[in-house]
Design a protein around this ligand. Structure first.
Ligand SMILES: Cc1ncc(C[n+]2csc(CCOP(=O)(O)OP(=O)(O)O)c2C)c(N)n1
Ligand SMILES: [Mg+2]
Length: 381
C-alpha cells in the first residue's frame, strides 16, 4: 500500500487595513462599497470614538486601583480593534456575547453599562447583574469556563431553532485549558452556531506564547476539531469585523463553528496586580506600540477626511467627562444589604438559611435568640 496524504491544511491570515492606514483595495472599498462585511465610514468613526472612551476607562481604572478604590483590573489597551470589530459584527439583542475579561467594548456595544464592569472589578457582585434583554454573560475570570457556557447557549439556540449566534472570547493561554478542548469538541460535533474568538495577545500573564504551546498557530487547534478557522490581524478592525461577520452568516446558514485567532498584543500589564516590566522585553513592547490599533484606525479616518486634531481633543475631553460620570456613579453606589447574599441562591430560601439571615441581623446570636424571633428549640434543630 503506497503512502498517501491523509490530511493537509492551510490557514490564511487576513489583513485589510494596513499599518499605514490604507485599505487593501482588492479586499475592501473605502466606505464599504455596499458590502455588508466591510465597515462603513460611519461604523469606523463610531468605533474610534469608543476606542477613545475605553482607553480612558482603562487609565481611570488603573488610577482607582492605585488609590485603593478598585481591586484588580485588567486593561484592554491595545486589543480594542478585536472587541469593537467583533462586537459590531454581532447583532445587538439577537446574538450572544460570552466574554472573558479583555473585551469591554464588545460588552458595552451589546448593552452592558460601564458602571457594571467597574462594579465587578470593585468586587461588587451586582456588577454581574445586567439589565433585562442584555444578551451578554458575566465577565469570566476562571480561564476557559465561558467557552463551555457559550457552547451550551449555542446548542440551546439550535435546538430551539432560534436565529441566534454566539461569540465567545478567550486568550491564547486559555487554549491550553481542558475547557477549550471540551467546548470545541462538543460545539463542532453538535455543529452549533458559535464563534470562538481567540485574542492571541502573545502572553498568558508572564508566560510567553512559545512557552505556553508548541502549536505553530493557535488557529490550527480549531482545525483539529473540524471548525472553520481564520487567522486575522487583530489590530485591524476591518479584518476582525469581516471575519466575525462572515462567521456569523455561516453559522446562521447551518455552517456551525468558526474559530478566529486574532493576532494582537497586550500593551498594558496583565492586570493591576502585575508588573510586566519584570518579564517583558521593552523593545518588544515598543514594536507593538507602533502597531496600536488606535493609530491605524485614526490614520484611516484622517485619510477619509473624517478626523483631525480638533476632533481628537474634543472626543478625549468628552470621554473624560463620560468616564468621570461613570466613576462618580460607581463610588456612590449604595452598599449592598447584608441579607442580599441569601437572596439569589434558591427560589425558596431553605429554613436553615432563613435562620442564618435573621440571626445575622441581631447582635444577640447565642445570647438572646428571641430577639430574632427564634426560640432556643428551633436554633438547636
Ligand atoms: C482556571 C484558571 N487557572 C488560572 C488562572 C489564573 N490566570 C488568570 S489570567 C491567566 C492567563 C490567561 O492568559 P490568556 O488566556 O492568554 O488571556 P490574557 O490574560 O492574555 O488575555 C491565568 C493563568 C485563572 N484565572 N483560572
Ligand atoms: Mg494572552
Amino acid at each position: 500500500m503506497p503512502i498517501s496524504t491523509a490530511y493537509t491544511a492551510k490557514i490564511t491570515h487576513l489583513q485589510i487595513l494596513k499599518e499605514d492606514g490604507t485599505l487593501d483595495t482588492a479586499l475592501a472599498q473605502p466606505g464599504g462599497g455596499g458590502d455588508p462585511s466591510i465597515l462603513t465610514d460611519e461604523q469606523v468613526l463610531f468605533a474610534y470614538t469608543k476606542m477613545i472612551e475605553c482607553r480612558n476607562l482603562d487609565e481611570t481604572a488603573f488610577k482607582l486601583q492605585r488609590s485603593g478604590r478598585m481591586h484588580t483590573y485588567p486593561q484592554n489597551k491595545g486589543q480594542e480593534a478585536c472587541a469593537l470589530g467583533s462586537g459590531l459584527a454581532m447583532r445587538v439583542g439577537t446574538d450572544w456575547i460570552v466574554p472573558c475579561y479583555r473585551e469591554n467594548a464588545a460588552m458595552f456595544l451589546h448593552g452592558v453599562p460601564m458602571t457594571h464592569v467597574l462594579l465587578h472589578w470593585a468586587g461588587d457582585e451586582r456588577g454581574n447583574h445586567f439589565p433585562p434583554g442584555v444578551q451578554v454573560t458575566p465577565i469570566a475570570v476562571p480561564i476557559g469556563t465561558q467557552m463551555l457556557h457559550a457552547t451550551g447557549i449555542a446548542w440551546a439556540a439550535k435546538l430551539q431553532k432560534k436565529d441566534q449566534v454566539v461569540c465567545t472570547y478567550f486568550g491564547d493561554g486559555a487554549t491550553s485549558e481542558g475547557d477549550f478542548h471540551e467546548a470545541m469538541n462538543f460545539a463542532t460535533v453538535m455543529n452549533v452556531p458559535c464563534i470562538f474568538f481567540c485574542q492571541n495577545n502573545q502572553w498568558a500573564i508572564s508566560v510567553p506564547r512559545e512557552q505556553q504551546t508548541a502549536s505553530e498557530t493557535i488557529a490550527q487547534k480549531g482545525l483539529a476539531y473540524g471548525a472553520t478557522v481564520q487567522q486575522v490581524d487583530g489590530n485591524d478592525i476591518f479584518a476582525v469585523y469581516k471575519a466575525v461577520y462572515d462567521a456569523r452568516e455561516r453559522a446562521r446558514q447551518g455552517g456551525g463553528v468558526t474559530m478566529i485567532e486574532a493576532i494582537t498584543y497586550r500593551l498594558g500589564d496583565h492586570t493591576t496586580a502585575d508588573d510586566a516590566r519584570r518579564y517583558r522585553d521593552q523593545n518588544e513592547v515598543e514594536a507593538w506600540k507602533a502597531k496600536d490599533p488606535m493609530i491605524r484606525t485614526r490614520k484611516y479616518l484622517e485619510s477619509r477626511g473624517l478626523w483631525n486634531d480638533a476632533l481628537q481633543k474634543e472626543h478625549e475631553e468628552k470621554a473624560e467627562v463620560t468616564i468621570k460620570g461613570i466613576v462618580d456613579q460607581v463610588l456612590s453606589w449604595p452598599d449592598p444589604d447584608k441579607s442580599e447574599m441569601f437572596d439569589s441562591m434558591y427560589a425558596t430560601t431553605p429554613a436553615y438559611l432563613v435562620k442564618q439571615r435573621d440571626t445575622m441581623q441581631t447582635h444577640s446570636l447565642g445570647q438572646n435568640p428571641a430577639q430574632a424571633g427564634l426560640k432556643q428549640a428551633e436554633l438547636a434543630k
